[in-house]
Design a binder for this molecule. Structure first.
Ligand SMILES: NC(=O)C1=CN([C@@H]2O[C@H](COP(=O)(O)OP(=O)(O)OC[C@H]3O[C@@H](n4cnc5c(N)ncnc54)[C@H](O)[C@@H]3O)[C@@H](O)[C@H]2O)C=CC1
Ligand SMILES: O=C(O)[C@H]1O[C@H](OP(=O)(O)OP(=O)(O)OC[C@H]2O[C@@H](n3ccc(=O)[nH]c3=O)[C@H](O)[C@@H]2O)[C@H](O)[C@@H](O)[C@@H]1O
Length: 465
């Protein structure tokens, strides 16, 4: 088994940054270099002021402070880092394709392919190349083909090592992973590569939690894990709609079914819908793969998870509109939260975007407050939809830094992210300065029904009539 003292990771994003920071902090004898073509991102990773790191994750800045410029480096010198490394992680983005064959469903692998070509061009000695990005099953064979046909005749072992961290808990998830999955060839050199990577993780994780499989099982397991998780959220969200019609309470149902150890209690929180960069993208990819093998029933089954999620988002927006007497034109509605979940500044596929878009379609006047998301990001998310002009987005939607002041003369507040601070607000003062009747639409089931009603609010909690 190779002794590792140099690792490089291509892609300094939500996965590459935290994952490599943890590896560096747990393996002081290994030099870890995270490279990216985005100069701004690398500058932010190197910023003296740790509050300027490009991503926000609890515990991240402490780890970066401890390891940076000792054995953890952030750089744009991609070729140099590839050349020096024994293990190269590919952790670049794999978004849904926006063009050509598979548009809207398949994963766009152009960034991954560019990395493979770059590695082939630069490598002068044997390398272990690790797929950290989430990839369609059988991508490793494409990477292998590129490396073998364009490389300098050095040996490349390709491993699949998908990442299971969730944003907001990335550091905790990495330090205490349920499992690490390593897929590779069953050849002697493939086995050696799997053991070499395993030894890196064994610095801090028990060996039993490091699972080895063939490459294809590892690639597919990642898509399936996300599909199962998202399916649970969509399942409970469809039942939340039924609860609202029947006086059943979704929280009581989650508890009742979650006590069954076969079902388990986690991931049963009804919400305004799931967001995040991966659930939708990975399920669409799974659907595309199943369809490409002619497995129509399999594809249709998983596609329902996305359809149910879209339904939940539009159902929430429609409930706001109908509660406000079917007319929200010119009415001030405050959105609490824009991130797709608490403790992250990531807004990719956030349900807030879809809800805001639906309300703006009705000419509502929106004010958004999110403790971690910038105004620039919020406008970029809306502009990307292309529903209306950037000028109209800025005219109809304002971003506030003061959550309490934002509610002055508002008709309604909608809670779209479960930030803890929303629970600590003085809701009596908020009520006092809102127009009456004052509405709160709680898409995250954050607040207490009785308390909100006793203050005087018309309070709606998703999944409860
Ligand atoms: N965000 C998450 O929580 C998770 C993401 N994943 C997967 O990990 C992968 C990466 O996701 P994120 O880190 O969220 O993406 P990201 O978009 O935050 O970061 C990707 C980075 O790769 C860089 N990049 C692209 N092409 C490059 C190239 N040729 N050379 C150097 N750098 C290049 C981009 O500039 C960007 O900074 C995706 O496949 C995603 O599905 C997996 C688990 C969790
Ligand atoms: O591949 C990925 O990107 C990652 O996707 C998810 O992680 P993440 O999207 O960061 O966050 P989650 O905690 O899974 O939440 C996803 C969405 O579902 C929503 N959710 C989650 C749980 C729940 O009970 N209810 C619910 O509405 C969240 O609010 C959020 O919008 C998975 O949990 C990770 O294991 C995976 O690595």
């Amino acid at each position: 088994m190779k002794k590792i003292n140099n690792i490089c990771c291509i892609g300094a994003g939500y996965v590459g940054g935290p994952t490599m920071s943890v590896i560096a902090s747990q393996c002081p004898e290994i030099k870890v270099t995270v490279v990216d073509i985005n100069q701004d991102r690398i500058d932010n990773w190197n910023d003296e002021n740790l509050d300027n790191l490009p991503i926000y994750e609890p515990g991240l800045k402490e780890i970066v402070a401890q390891a940076r410029n000792k054995n953890l480096f952030f750089s744009t010198e991609v070729d140099k880092a590839i050349d020096e490394a024994q293990i190269i992680f590919i952790s670049v983005n794999t978004p849904t394709k926006t063009y050509g064959k598979g548009k809207g469903q398949a994963a766009d692998l152009k960034f991954v392919e560019l990395c493979a070509r770059n590695i082939a061009k630069v490598a002068k000695d044997d390398k272990i190349v690790v797929e950290k990005s989430t990839l369609p099953v059988r991508t490793a064979s494409a990477i292998k083909s590129i490396l073998q046909h364009t490389g300098n005749k050095v040996n490349f072992e390709i491993l699949s090592n998908p990442e299971f961290l969730a944003e907001g808990t990335a550091i905790e998830d990495l330090l205490n992973a349920d499992r690490v999955l390593i897929g590779g060839d069953d050849t002697p050199s493939g086995q050696e590569a799997k053991d070499t990577l395993s030894a890196v993780y064994e610095h801090w994780l028990p060996k039993e939690r490091i699972l080895q499989t063939n490459v294809w099982s590892s690639e597919l397991s990642k898509l399936v894990a996300n599909a199962f998780l998202a399916q649970r959220v969509s399942s409970i969200n469809t039942i939340s709609a039924l609860c609202e019609k029947t006086d059943a309470n979704i929280q009581e149902i989650s508890r009742a079914i979650g006590y069954d150890s076969r079902i388990g209690s986690k991931f049963l929180n009804a919400s305004v819908g799931f967001g995040g960069s991966c659930f939708q993208k990975d399920i669409l990819n799974l659907v595309y793969i199943a369809r490409s093998y002619g497995l129509t029933e399999v594809a249709d089954y998983w596609e329902q998870v996305i359809i149910a999620n879209d339904y939940q988002k539009s159902r929430f927006a429609e409930h706001i509109i109908s509660s406000l007497y079917n007319t929200i034109s010119g009415k001030k509605i405050v959105l609490y939260g824009w991130a797709f979940k608490k403790d992250t500044n990531d807004t990719r596929e956030s349900p807030a975007i879809a809800v805001a878009d639906a309300l703006l379609d009705e000419n509502a006047e929106i004010t958004v407050y999110d403790p971690k998301v910038t105004a620039e990001r919020i406008y970029a998310d809306l502009d990307y939809l292309g529903t209306r002009s950037p000028e109209d987005n800025r005219r109809l939607l304002k971003v506030s830094n003061d959550p309490i002041d934002a509610t002055k003369e508002a008709h309604a507040v909608a809670i779209l992210t479960e930030w803890d601070e929303f629970k600590t607000y003085d809701w009596k003062s908020i009520y006092a300065q809102m127009l009456k009747p004052a509405f709160v639409f709680d898409g995250r089931r954050l607040l207490d029904n009785e308390e909100m009603a006793s203050i005087g609010f018309n309070y709606y909690k998703i999944g409860q009539s």
